[in-house]
Design a protein around this ligand. Structure first.
Ligand code: TRP
Length: 452
């Protein structure tokens, strides 16, 4: 089985060079490994935790971040790339998890505690300015991860505690509801990944206002930032301390080993800082200029990005929808008068009439088919055509004894045995209606397997 790797990107800013080298580039490389099933998503619900006063900023950031990842080479055919807010099963699961999460666990979350500490230091109410969104942030993050049963979650160090909480919450749910519903996710901290210094030598970060832009502003903005990198006052001709210059650290993050070695040597032999900056610009342009062109094209065609993200959401929901149905069932959110696990009352025509049922028929071409009908008579599935009635009967019986896979297919759905669809559901008006129908079909089959 493939390793499922999942990570989220909070959409609350414009990507800079540090984001690229530290997160985007390694994640895209990892997604190309064989045996990896990558799920990358825009954590736009998380963005609302920090940004409620600037909806335009949130909207812009979603676009910029999506365009950046695509321009940087993310292949949406290989990776499942989607927006958190297009997956209604995430907030749905978030609530199920919220109800098994001890409040005390959330009280210990670093992000929340830091805000409380700041308030205490200021002498204001400890919870001043703290929303329930910030407080419950780790539960939403657990839902992101657990809904897709991710095995590995690459994140920054600041997220380690959130991963521990996700495991803790998953374990509680599994324990309470008595099955291994959730995989326990493992945190992955990439040690070898570059943490780039910013213009002033501190970690490159929006909050220090020391970033080098990645694509925004074009080659001109990139160059003007590079020219502002702080260096010491050694003149051309004087030997430079390459190891301790952040200009060299930046260079190394984009150069091959031999290129880095000769750059270092040139600095030690007295290359001027101006020339060194020019060399860094050339190096960055070599790596980034083709991507920047793609970025500009994508930013000019937001409809194309929207289509890619909607296709990604479809792909993600193929897994999320059946899984959430199972979880709803686990916690007792079940349809009334049907699949409660109780057998229908003995005897009595009435009970039989209220149960879901299979009916066989011959179609206009003389082939043999069967239908699965809901308790109210609605058609949930219609089989493919069989020339041999015994074969149709055998498939019908298997559906009553085995757990077959139901899967969405456009606005319809089908049921699969031995990798081939054996029956199809009717097409619905939209995805939500299809999912409701698909749930009903699943419940009907479960009721029949239990009764059989
Ligand atoms: N909280 C993460 C961050 O700020 C982003 C994120 C949201 C995330 N949901 C996730 C990361 C799920 C990994 C998995 O970096």
């Amino acid at each position: 089985m493939n390793t499922r790797v999942l990570t989220g990107i909070t959409t609350s800013g414009t990507p800079h060079l540090g984001n690229y080298a530290g997160a985007i580039r390694p994640a895209i490389q990892a997604s190309r490994q064989p045996g990896v099933d990558a799920f990358f998503f825009l954590a736009d619900y998380h963005a609302l935790i920090k940004t409620t006063e600037d909806p335009a900023r949130v909207a812009r950031s979603r676009l910029e971040i999506a365009a950046t990842w695509l321009a940087a080479g993310l292949d949406p055919e290989k990776v499942t790339f989607y927006r958190q807010s297009d997956i209604p099963e995430i907030p749905e699961l978030c609530w199920l998890l919220t109800c098994v999460t001890p409040k005390g666990l959330m009280n210990r979350a670093h992000a929340y505690k830091a805000s409380v500490d700041q308030n205490t230091a200021k002498g204001v109410d400890p919870d001043d300015g703290i929303s329930m969104g910030l407080f419950s942030y780790p539960v939403l993050m657990a839902a992101d991860i657990l809904l897709f049963n991710a095995h590995k979650v690459p994140v920054g160090r600041d997220q380690i505690q959130h991963l521990e909480m996700a495991r803790d919450i998953a374990q509680r749910f599994n324990h309470i509801y008595g099955d291994d519903y959730f995989v326990l996710p493992e945190v992955v901290i990439a040690e070898e990944v570059a943490t780039l210094p910013g213009l002033d030598g501190r970690k490159m970060s929006k909050s220090y206002n020391n970033t080098i832009p990645l694509f925004e502003g074009g080659a001109k903005a990139l160059r003007s930032a590079v020219m502002r990198i702080v260096t010491d006052s050694r003149q051309p001709g004087e030997a430079k301390d390459a190891e301790n210059s952040h200009l060299y650290t930046l260079y190394r993050a984009f150069a091959s080993a031999p290129e880095s070695a000769s750059f270092r040597q040139a600095l030690e032999q007295g290359m001027g800082w101006g020339d060194a900056k020019q060399a860094l610009c050339d190096l960055l342009e070599r790596d980034l200029s083709a991507m920047r062109e793609r970025y500009v094209e994508l930013m000019a065609a937001p409809g194309r990005i929207e289509d890619i993200l909607m296709a990604g959401a479809d792909k993600a929901r193929k897994q999320a929808v059946p899984f959430i149905a199972r979880l709803r069932d686990a916690v007792g959110l079940r349809r009334l008068g049907g699949a409660t696990g109780d057998k229908p009352a003995a005897g009595g025509k009435k009970a039989a009439a209220r149960a879901p049922r299979f009916v066989s028929f011959r179609d206009d071409n003389g082939s043999f088919r069967f239908r699965l009908l809901a308790p109210d008579g609605e058609e949930l599935l219609c089989s493919i055509a069989y020339a041999d009635p015994k074969e149709a009967g055998a498939v019908m019986r298997r559906l009553q004894t085995e757990t077959a896979l139901l899967r969405a297919e456009g606005m319809a759905y089908s049921i699969v045995l031995d990798d081939a669809p054996v029956a199809h559901g009717p097409a619905a008006a939209d995805a939500r209606a299809r999912d409701v129908a698909l749930d009903r079909a699943r419940e009907a089959l479960q009721a029949l397997t239990r009764a059989g």
